[in-house]
Write a protein that binds this ligand. Structure first.
Ligand SMILES: *[C@@H]1O[C@H](CO)[C@@H](O)[C@H](O)[C@H]1NC(C)=O
Ligand SMILES: *[C@@H]1O[C@H](CO)[C@@H](O)[C@H](O)[C@H]1NC(C)=O
Ligand SMILES: *[C@@H]1O[C@H](CO)[C@@H](O)[C@H](O)[C@H]1NC(C)=O
Ligand SMILES: *[C@@H]1O[C@H](CO)[C@@H](O)[C@H](O)[C@H]1NC(C)=O
Ligand SMILES: *[C@@H]1O[C@H](CO)[C@@H](O)[C@H](O)[C@H]1NC(C)=O
Length: 378
């Protein structure tokens, strides 16, 4: 569900537009810094290995992969909300700035490239990606994954993709959303037995003092990254990382009924159905300014939002759900929660930054636990 990442960009741009600073891009592309890369250690066949993620302002989380032989490097968003993989193509026209401003895959420069040629279109809420399919070997975290069919993108919608840091996307979803007659990344990784258990775990840091970004551990989970035990719930729909929320409350007041929820690393915020959202803002009694909930960051007296999942409450505290922004040189906070006109929730980075999550493709379940707070004062 990549599109919802960009709905945050939309929201924040609008916040800015009300203050006439729309032209200041919030997410300026940073130059590639190779020395920040970290390729997983210990990736002997079958044993778990990790991939470091970097973040930009806790809004975009991305890691490094290489494609082809010799390797061509890219930053990619690892997206649990979708299943396909794509990279900008060296063949995209000069007129497509969103493509030209990113690193592009050159199939003529790769001896492991195998043509496919079928066209694809991916539609996101704020824009689309078009191109054709190709096949090559993907390298990440010290592992080689041959025979991956991925999209070479000729067209990236400007608004959605121009100002993001990541070049392309690797879908970590189960098969349901994959292109026909292709084996998506996770299925290929597990099918080739590059990991023993078809599991991966996501750790996203939020605090500025955290290790930057986070990590995805393929093939297992890391007990040092969470507190207590994992709470497992079954996925509620075959082939998507979707679970059931039983109900949602603020204090003693119920604001939302039973609903399904997608766990989505590709979304920055938490999105909830409009009705639940309306109940939430009423209950929080936050002030609406120019269509957005902007408040001084000194408001820490707001209550927790308690999300009941599989008989256990997963609270979001104000420090989880408020996002700090600088507007007119003043620090303000906005609600990191937005409404969608859907019947389900999207639990994006606001939630995943608070809870460590384990995606178990074999048992079709998701494990959740409070993320270990990493601030160790010396
Ligand atoms: C890259 O990042 C490292 C670690 O954050 C830093 O020490 C180094 O100066 C950076 N290099 C460049 C060229 O920005
Ligand atoms: C793999 O990890 C083990 C234990 O953490 C360590 O002893 C070993 O040296 C590592 N191997 C490599 C190749 O890094
Ligand atoms: C790709 O990344 C690897 C690992 O950081 C690095 O060793 C290599 O030089 C990079 N290649 C290019 C072409 O930048
Ligand atoms: C793609 O790679 C081929 C072979 O290395 C090279 O001749 C060509 O110039 C590259 N194309 C671009 C646009 O870099
Ligand atoms: C694939 O897309 C290209 C334009 O990018 C178009 O010219 C071609 O006709 C398309 N092929 C098919 C089979 O649709």
């Amino acid at each position: 569900m990549l599109r919802v990442l960009f709905s945050l960009l939309l929201v924040t741009s609008l916040v800015f537009s009300t203050r006439k600073v729309l032209k200041v891009p919030l997410y300026v592309r940073k130059k590639f810094n190779g020395s920040e890369l970290f390729f997983g250690r210990n990736s002997s066949k079958g044993s778990p290995f990790n991939l470091a993620l970097q973040t930009r302002d806790n809004v975009e989380y991305y890691g490094t992969i290489s494609m082809g032989t010799p390797r061509q490097n890219f930053s990619v968003l690892f997206d649990t909300g979708s299943s396909n993989t794509w990279l900008p193509s060296v063949n995209c026209p000069y007129s497509n700035l969103a493509c030209q401003s990113h690193r592009r895959y050159n199939s003529s420069g790769s001896s492991s490239y195998v043509p496919d040629g079928r066209n694809f279109t991916l539609r996101y809420g704020s824009g689309k990606v078009l191109g054709y399919l190709s096949q090559d070997t993907l390298h990440f975290a010290g592992v080689d994954l041959p025979d991956l069919i991925f999209g070479e993108s000729l067209f990236l919608q400007q608004f959605a993709f121009n100002s993001v840091i990541f070049d392309g996307l690797v879908g970590l979803g189960l098969g349901s959303l994959a292109w026909p007659k292709t084996t998506p990344f996770l299925e290929l990784l597990c099918g080739k037995r590059l990991i023993e258990e078809c599991i991966f775990s996501v750790y996203l840091s939020r605090h500025p003092k955290d290790i930057p970004g986070g990590e995805i551990l393929f093939g297992g989970y890391d007990k040092t990254k969470f507190e207590g035990k994992l709470h497992y719930v079954p996925i509620s729909q075959m082939n998507t990382w979707k679970i059931e929320i039983t109900k949602t409350s603020v204090g003693t007041k119920q604001i939302g009924a039973q609903s399904s929820a997608i766990l989505d690393t590709g979304t920055s915020l938490v999105l909830m159905p409009q009705e639940t959202y309306d109940n939430l803002v009423k209950t929080l009694s936050v002030e609406l300014k120019s269509g957005y909930y902007v408040m001084p960051c000194t408001i820490r007296t707001l209550p927790d939002i308690n999300i009941l999942i599989g008989g256990k409450v997963f609270p979001l505290t104000p420090s989880d759900y408020l996002i700090e922004l600088t507007l007119d040189l003043k620090k303000v906070c906005v609600l990191g929660i937005a409404p969608i006109r859907r019947r389900f929730w999207v639990l994006g980075d606001i939630f995943l930054g608070r809870y460590y999550t384990v995606y178990d493709a074999t048992a079709k379940r998701i494990g959740l636990a409070t993320r270990q707070s990493e601030v160790v004062s010396k």
